[in-house]
Ligand binder design. Structure first.
Ligand code: ASP
Length: 373
């Protein structure tokens, strides 16, 4: 009992120190101790982590070990995935919960809201220290941005996936899941927003994006990851600069429906009918995934202006993959009452606009929101 009390005090001190001084303690604490000293308090501080299964390749299986990219995703139950990585039980007390068993390309607004609400419920439980969500890699960038903007907790939430199924040679899911649990268990992950952990890296849900169809090194953030996970250590080097979770104006518990926001992708000979179809389908905003710095072809200006005249918000974004879109540069946004993204990719701008429209339909306010988050 006495020992437990002493260790609890130590863990509280470590938590307080890490929250006030940031990354330095992550590196100093383990290296200052011998391996035996380091493992004792870690055991005593084992966090309670819920692992929510939603499907994806991390729950996938192939016909042969050489099937690294051709396989069936979303077939292995989350409890079986957890059981396949026994090392996890040494670093945390984990509990699995299957919320979906789908490829992440099948996430829609309803599923996103259902997942977010369940995560929120779990975060409110005092015996839950953090959440890991196993998820298909295709849309981790949308789910993690959405959770980053709507969850109301400082507890770590980590989205994880894999590029190869567990049956494949060189499968990456086991280590990714182990690392995700490690990150979710770390007091240093508190208050950093929703994170994505894959390929030894910790990314902020705001920035992370998938950049390659099959390689394990596919997740990138334009400004680099927040940190690494290596040899059981969580190492942070950066902090997210934009408001997230407890600092935003959205609360997942109060969101029951998201307005329809369409993305229209620009290319040479883009068909203006895509804009009309989005309007007919009830879009309240169109994110125009434009070329370059949000440039709009001469034959697309009128259809977009016509959509705006019908009350649909027009957001100029860029299909280039990075960089900010400059207001009033390629197009006279003030004159047309159009909006521009900051550096959000079109699919992330879609999430932010859907949330923004739950607060206001005033274009000046919407622009402020696009620049803020
Ligand atoms: N299509 C899969 C998904 O996003 C791919 C993956 O998980 O890597 O669910």
């Amino acid at each position: 009992m006495k020992r437990f009390a002493r260790l609890t005090t130590l863990s509280t001190l470590l938590l307080a120190a890490s929250l006030t001084t940031g990354a330095a303690h992550a590196q100093l604490a383990p290296s200052a101790a011998t391996p035996a000293q380091a493992s004792a308090p870690a055991e005593a501080r084992k966090a309670n982590i819920v692992i929510i299964g939603t499907g994806g390749t991390i729950a996938g299986a192939g016909a042969a070990a050489t099937n690294t990219a051709a396989y069936q995703s979303a077939v292995v139950p989350v409890d079986k995935i957890i059981a396949s990585v026994p090392e996890i039980s040494k670093i945390a007390n984990v509990k699995g919960e299957q919320v979906f068993q789908i490829g992440s390309e099948s996430f829609n607004n309803e599923r996103l809201l259902k997942l977010g609400k369940r995560v929120s419920e779990l975060l409110k439980q005092p015996d839950v220290d953090g959440i890991v969500i196993t998820h298909g890699t295709d849309t981790i960038e949308e789910t993690s941005y959405f959770l980053n903007l709507t969850l109301k907790s400082d507890k770590p939430v980590v989205v994880v996936g894999s590029m190869r199924p567990g049956t494949a040679l060189g499968a990456d899911g086991a280590l990714n899941l182990y690392d995700a649990v490690l990150v979710a268990s770390s007091p240093e992950s508190r208050g950093k927003g929703t994170l994505a952990v894959l390929n030894d890296e910790i990314h902020t849900g705001r920035d992370v994006t998938k950049t390659n169809t099959f390689k394990t090194e596919t997740f990138r953030s334009p400004f680099g990851p927040l940190g690494y996970v290596v040899e059981g250590r969580t190492l942070y080097f950066r902090l997210p600069a934009r408001p997230h979770t407890t600092q935003t104006e959205w609360d997942i518990d109060k969101l029951d429906k998201l307005p329809e926001v369409a993305v229209v992708y620009a290319y040479g000979n883009v068909n203006p009918g895509a804009v009309d179809a989005a309007v007919k389908n009830g879009a309240k905003a169109i994110v125009y995934a434009a070329t370059g710095n949000g440039s709009v072809g001469d034959y697309m200006v009128e259809p977009l202006k016509a959509a705006r005249a019908k009350g649909v918000q027009i957001v100029r974004a860029s299909r280039t993959g990075s960089g900010v879109v400059i207001r009033n540069a390629e197009q006279p946004d003030d004159k047309y009452d159009w909006l521009v993204t900051d550096d959000q990719l079109p699919q992330k701008a879609r999430i932010l606009m859907a949330l923004a429209l739950t607060k206001t339909s005033d274009s000046k306010e919407l622009q402020k929101i696009l620049w803020k988050y």
